[in-house]
Design a protein around this ligand. Structure first.
Ligand SMILES: Cc1cc2nc3c(=O)[nH]c(=O)nc-3n(C[C@H](O)[C@H](O)[C@H](O)COP(=O)(O)O)c2cc1C
Length: 173
């Protein structure tokens, strides 16, 4: 099983605590490749062929990102828009990702209590991830249970280490 982690954090090396730790964890694992997408494409000029080749070489793909405005950072949206081409990822002949697995690994600033119908945000995490889940289905990928870290702004060092260990287990399962 080869796993490709696509990390989307605009400040992975100058501000990120949680995603930086998760990337460091993933980089040390056999069978796991990490691509730092904001470092590769600071101007959002994505090399579509390079991204598609990386996808083809993987059995499992992970979209790792911090939750921004109840969604993904902008570069992941741009990546979807340009990499998942018609005739390649969907539509006639668009079967290149069929059967591969997709997992979202997301750090969420707010605590889980706020992500409830009766909570402050009035909506759940799985509901907010529906566009990504629907995208996975549309391109024939198997949607795995998301790896989510809630309360990411207030994690203790011990909680972060525990989350990193759990992430390693999910990436190598
Ligand atoms: C632009 C921006 C938007 C954010 N939007 C949300 C949000 O909608 N919901 C939330 O729970 N946290 C939100 N946060 C908090 C981030 O999710 C949190 O800072 C991040 O997951 C921490 O991971 P890091 O240490 O890798 O940066 C936002 C942070 C930023 C900078």
């Amino acid at each position: 099983m080869t796993t490709l982690v696509l990390a989307f954090h605009p400040h992975l090396h100058d501000g990120s605590r949680v995603n930086a730790r998760l990337v460091a964890e993933a980089q040390g694992l056999d069978g796991v490749t990490v691509r730092d997408e904001y470092a590769l494409y600071p101007d959002f000029d994505i090399d579509v062929k390079a991204e598609q080749e990386a996808l083809l070489a993987a059995d499992r793909v992970v979209w790792q990102f911090p939750f921004y405005w109840y969604s993904t950072p902008a570069l992941l949206k741009q990546w979807e828009d340009v990499v998942l081409e018609h005739g390649w990822a969907y539509g006639a002949g668009g079967d290149r990702l069929h059967g591969k697995e997709l997992m979202v690994a997301v750090s969420v600033g707010g605590p889980i209590e706020k992500y409830r119908h009766d909570g402050e945000f009035g909506v759940t995490g799985p509901e907010l991830l529906k566009p990504l889940e629907t995208t996975a289905r549309h391109i024939g990928m198997t949607w795995l249970r998301p790896f989510a870290i809630h309360g990411a702004l207030n994690l203790s060092d011990a909680e972060l280490e525990s989350a990193a260990a759990e992430y390693a287990a999910r990436l190598t399962a």
